[in-house]
Design a protein around this ligand. Sequence first.
Ligand code: GLU
Length: 380
Amino acid sequence: MSQLDYKASLLRTARRIVVKVGSAVLSDTSGLRVEVIDRLAAQIDRVMREGREVVLVSSGAIAAGRARLGYRGRSMGERQAAAAAGQIELMRQWAKAFDGRGRTVAQLLLTHDDVADRKRRTNAVHTLRALLSAGVLPIINENDTVAVEEIRMGDNDVLSSMVAGMVQAQMLVILSDVAGVMTRDPRKHPDARLIPLISDVESATRGLVAEKAGPLGSGGMATKLKAAGQAARAGIATIIAPGRGGDNLLAVLDPAREIGTLIAPSRAPLKGHKQWIAFALRPVGALALDPGAAEALRHKGRSLLPSGIREVRGEFASGDCVSLLDAAGVEFGRGLVNYPSSDVSRVLGHRSAEISQVLGYKVADEIVHRDNFVLLEELT
Ligand code: GLU
């Protein structure tokens, strides 16, 4: 199928769209590019007038702040200071551009902790829904000033796919300074070609990693594909396209124009609860399984019982997210545990019927129930 045929079918149902714009589009060494912001605002406004809901994820705070403060340094403190000064500048420019079009914008600053914590995530979702139904454009960035390494999202590509899952968007548009996903690194290989349509993002990513001088090192492509992969498993299509051109967002959303790379959503998307386990939580420990248990989880849709566990790694509490490792030590899934690590260590290898006897209590037969388990790779 061509990109155009596929896009036409997706656009018919794409009512809610997350648009992520990178710093390379919005800024240069002298700071924010006001004309680019204005052009994008005009396009977003038009998309909203045509009846679609838009959530904007905008980078550019650090770039704006650096220019403003004359910072060159890259220390954490300086980045955070730059973000603090730059974020208001960034929002001022967006607000100005949308004011002129009679549209209100709102700001949300999130960290990884906010999307991992169920209550805070739900609150953010309620806020976003209320803004969207009021016709307001939510503009989201990572809360850089408080996001030290452990609670950082990493980058706004990943933030945008999290947000797309949270608002149950149908499409994620990542606008950056690259043409899309290329067959090879275009900086080294003039013969690199644009890939217009990726129907299976997991195998495409594996292929691109395997390719010598592959394109994943360039233009932050690895994180863009990671974001697209997460979106795909949430049932959301992604388009990675160049963001600098005059009307590129409109081109992306035009069924008659081919631009960038379209990444198809999974045919068997994860439900919200499983998306949260797979992408929002970070595992705090791991369970190494025997081949039979790994097989039962991977292919048979079973739960994890104590008898299939060989080893407990790390310390975790009941309800925490853990990695599940196959016999080769490869993480193939994640799940929420029903027992703390100290108790799993005591019951491993036992049958479920023996749990109460060994521990003196029993909350469940399973260590990880299948409803709280996700396979990290889609089965093909
Ligand atoms: N939050 C950062 C900023 O606003 C950008 C991070 C990113 O683009 O990945 O400058």
